[in-house]
Ligand binder design. Structure first.
Ligand code: NAP
Length: 492
């Protein structure tokens, strides 16, 4: 019974799918809110998601480290301004242990099927378990389905070939002839590290990238000791970074002219200053606007591309042969190892699980023509089901951790209403979904993402799957669920 309202307080059963950054967060925050009947399922044997999976050389987060932490769990011990992947993984493992999340996770247990019927979800797992739950939250991540290019002859290659997200650490790269396909944010981190040890590195660039040249400064032991003693300073660093990201970077790509002008100037000047050879500079300078594709944030990629043992190949790839790559000009480039830094399928989210909503609606059919979500977390046709970091989240230019905290609070507010007995099932109204889609469409036209480039930000219709306004606006609009936008049902 709730003391304030005299209404009965129910404890819903909730299944959280995935134990990455969002799954760990949800577990902590749902429990704090008194929602304790949780089943957390993780397909692998460790928590950490992206940071467990991506172990390529140079893996790091190009969002400032003090912003890439949970707000309730600051970390004065980050070793660099931008944290390395293994350190981030260790952070999540530490938080998982501290809050008793790790020992609650069902590891090596993938969800195979999730089916809704009259207010309940039936969740089936790879271990043959069946769980009946009131709510399901998909914290399954965005960029976790490697996109492997279907290039002619790839299966004939006799050397080692692997995607960056499936790095084969048994392959010794020292002194080898290596090819890397792709020049996105991942390649920009891998190339400088591989270039240091490769005999010869060929980087296959289909599109050049704009670079924001921010360096990764290390943090001294003295600085860390100072931060440990003074948590207010850690919070101040976080707030300064937050301000810079939301008022400069995010605004620059969402239609704010001054910020866009300044960002463009910085990136253009860097390209002029950093690339000495005019022929190479022309190859490396994009013909699309700064920020159209996700900005690459690093000051080590361009220098690495100018090393004597590195070639930037801009001719197209005609085919992969047993010994290397043949370009469209007929040149054969031999290699021992081929790395696919070719990105991810960004809209697979919770697939391949069988997800059936109300009246047997299959997520593959629901999203066949167009991805439909509401406020980034609600899936029309799928009552009592939420998606973390879903389409129209402000991905790309802000900390996904802060976004997830906003989404977590939103979801908890809805579940608390269920607990008070306001409804048994809740689903966003089709009219609200339509209105939200139009609202997104109006904002998109002002963003740089639609200015004429191809990127994973765009869906099949060329519409960005990102939030097209400022972060502050998103945060404000997510502060309270608009209950008029939902249909609710009570079964008793
Ligand atoms: P990506 O940005 O999608 O880049 C893929 C690259 O592969 C592009 O250069 C693309 O060329 C190229 N490519 C794809 N298929 C190809 C083909 N068949 N032939 C030749 N080239 C091909 O992928 P990513 O670099 O893995 O980054 C994905 C996202 O992960 C980033 O945008 C970012 O959000 C996130 N990320 C974040 C960090 C971080 O520090 N926070 C680090 C790494 C990644 P085109 O450009 O021509 O398509």
């Amino acid at each position: 019974m709730d003391k304030m309202t005299d209404k009965p307080t129910r404890n819903p059963s909730v299944v959280i799918i995935g134990a990455g950054m969002t799954g760990v967060l949800l577990t902590i925050k749902l429990r704090e809110a008194g929602i304790t009947d949780l089943t957390i399922l993780e397909k692998t044997d460790r928590l950490g998601g992206t940071w467990r999976e991506n172990t390529y050389p140079g893996v790091a987060c190009d969002i400032p480290a003090h912003m890439y932490t949970y707000s309730f769990e600051p970390n004065p011990d980050w070793s660099h301004r931008y944290a390395h992947g293994d350190e981030i993984q260790a952070y999540f493992e530490r938080v998982g242990r501290k809050y008793g999340v790790t020992n609650s996770i069902g590891f090596n247990e993938a969800v195979t099927s999730c089916v809704y019927n009259d207010g309940k979800w039936t969740v089936e797992t790879s271990k043959g378990r069946t769980i009946i739950a009131d709510f399901v939250i998909n914290s399954t991540g965005i960029l976790h389905h490697p996109a492997k290019p279907d290039i002619k002859g790839i299966e004939t290659f006799k050397g080692s070939v692997f995607h960056t997200a499936e790095w084969d650490h048994s392959v010794d790269l020292a002194g080898k002839k290596i090819g890397i396909i792709g020049t996105g944010s991942t390649a920009a981190q891998v190339v400088p590290e591989v270039a240091k040890i490769a005999g010869k590195l060929s980087v296959f660039q289909r599109s050049p990238q704009w670079i924001l040249p921010l360096g990764n400064k290390s943090v001294s032991e003295k600085e860390k000791a100072g931060l440990r003693k003074n948590p207010i300073r850690v919070e101040r660093i976080r707030q300064i970074n937050r301000w810079a990201l939301s008022h400069l970077l995010t605004k620059a790509v969402t239609g704010h002219k001054l910020q866009k002008f300044l960002l463009t100037l910085v990136c253009q000047q860097y390209m002029k200053r950093a690339v000495k050879d005019p022929v190479l500079r022309e190859k490396l300078t994009p013909d699309f606007e700064v920020g159209c594709k996700r900005l690459v944030i690093t000051n080590t990629f361009i220098p690495a591309l100018q090393r004597d043992n590195v070639d930037v190949v801009t001719d197209g790839i005609a085919e992969i042969t047993p010994t290397g790559i043949k370009t469209t000009t007929g040149e054969q480039i031999d290699m021992d190892v081929l790395v696919l830094s070719t990105g991810f399928n960004p809209v697979a989210y919770m697939r391949p699980m069988n997800l059936l909503g109300r009246d047997g609606l299959d997520i593959n059919d629901a999203w066949k023509d167009k991805i439909k979500t509401y406020r980034s977390v609600c899936l029309p046709g799928f009552p009592n089901n939420f998606l973390m970091l879903g389409p129209n989240s402000p991905i790309g230019n802000f900390s996904v951790i802060e976004m997830s905290e906003v989404q977590t609070r939103y979801i908890i507010k809805i579940i608390q209403r269920w607990r008070q007995g306001e409804f048994d099932a809740i689903e966003v109204k089709p009219t609200a979904v339509q209105r939200f889609a139009q609202y997104m469409k109006r904002g998109m036209s002002k963003t740089v993402w639609v200015s004429g480039c191809q990127s994973w930000y765009l869906d099949g219709d060329g519409d960005p799957i990102l939030w097209p306004y400022t972060f502050q606006r998103w945060e404000a609009e997510m502060a309270e669920p608009e209950m008029n936008d939902f249909d609710t049902i009570s079964f008793s």
